[in-house]
Design a protein around this ligand. Structure first.
Ligand code: ATR
Length: 275
């Protein structure tokens, strides 16, 4: 059988790990998948997507800075993409309509619960940031029914807007918004969804938010411990994780959407950790 074509679209795209991840999924599952990386011009995202599907491509992952454009371009959106306001997965349905999905939140939830054994139901969660990355994961996190979910952000109004947007989904969860300095009690789970680490910056949190049992999760990943996770370790956290598992789990969920086959993510996490 000849390979079917998939790709990730972003700008820049040369550092993307998606081709390596999906090639490993294809190898392990035996699915006839060829996966490449496409750098779309900043003003040419829609043309790039249409050209890809018109020439027989089967599915796309979308990354920075095009996730919101992918959402807007689609004819249909899966429920989890609708509320996220951004899409990381595109495909065409049988009628040729462009469908947008968002697997980021599922990726985070699976990495926390399955790979790290963290219980989200009933947990007290602090999430930092109120940009696209956080908006993309709030729905799937709330579905897990944490006891409370506090969104803290540098610009408090953006955290408040997200809390309002997701109020309907928070039926059993106390959902609230604040600035970084406000929380002063320990949380069960702290998730960093700001881009502060990219700049080597730290959100000015009170160290009381960390207790020995607190799970700290940075949605960023890097070969070295991230700036945020190092701060957490220095202030008493024992269990800190970076976002490599989330990256691989969101990819696996896209692969499942496209191919109907669930890849074994543990092997791929091991492979990438040792690259
Ligand atoms: P992304 O798609 O990665 O979420 P984004 O939508 O630009 O990108 O959001 C970036 C997030 O990181 C925001 O919550 C931003 O805070 P503001 O809403 O106040 O801008 C946060 N952020 C970026 N740089 C930061 C820094 N140096 N310190 C703290 N928060 C920062």
């Amino acid at each position: 059988m000849s390979n079917e074509l998939y790709a990730v679209v972003g700008h820049p795209i040369n550092h993307s790990k998606s081709p390596r991840i999906h090639s490993l999924f294809a190898k392990h599952t035996g699915e006839p998948v060829e996966y490449t990386a496409i750098q779309a011009p900043l003003d040419g995202f829609a043309a790039t997507v249409h050209q890809f599907f018109d020439s027989g491509g089967k599915g796309l992952n979308i990354t920075v800075p095009f996730k919101e454009q992918a959402w807007a371009l689609a004819d249909l959106r899966e429920t989890r993409a609708e509320k996220a306001g951004a899409a990381n997965t595109l495909y065409q349905n049988r009628e040729g309509q462009l469908v947008a999905d968002n697997t980021d939140g599922q990726g985070l939830v699976r990495d926390l619960t399955i790979n790290h054994g963290v219980q989200l139901k009933g947990a007290r969660i602090l999430i930092l940031g109120a940009g696209g990355a956080v908006r993309g994961v709030l729905g799937p996190l709330l579905e897990q029914q944490p006891a409370c979910l506090t969104i803290a952000n540098r610009t408090v109004a953006k955290a408040e807007a997200l809390a309002t947007l997701f109020a309907d989904e928070a039926d059993v969860t106390r959902l609230n918004a604040c600035g970084f300095e406000t929380p002063d009690q320990p949380f069960d789970i702290i998730i960093n969804g700001t881009s502060a680490s990219l700049l080597g910056d730290l959100p000015p949190l009170c160290t009381n938010v960390i207790a020995a049992g607190t799970v700290v999760y940075d949605m960023m990943y890097s070969l070295q411990t991230t700036t945020f996770n190092q701060w957490a370790l220095d202030n008493g956290a024992v269990r800190v994780f970076d976002g490599l598992g989330m990256l691989i789990e969101q990819a696996a969920e896209s692969f499942l959407v496209w191919r109907g086959v669930q890849p074994d993510t543990a092997r791929v996490i091991d492979a990438l950790r040792n690259d």
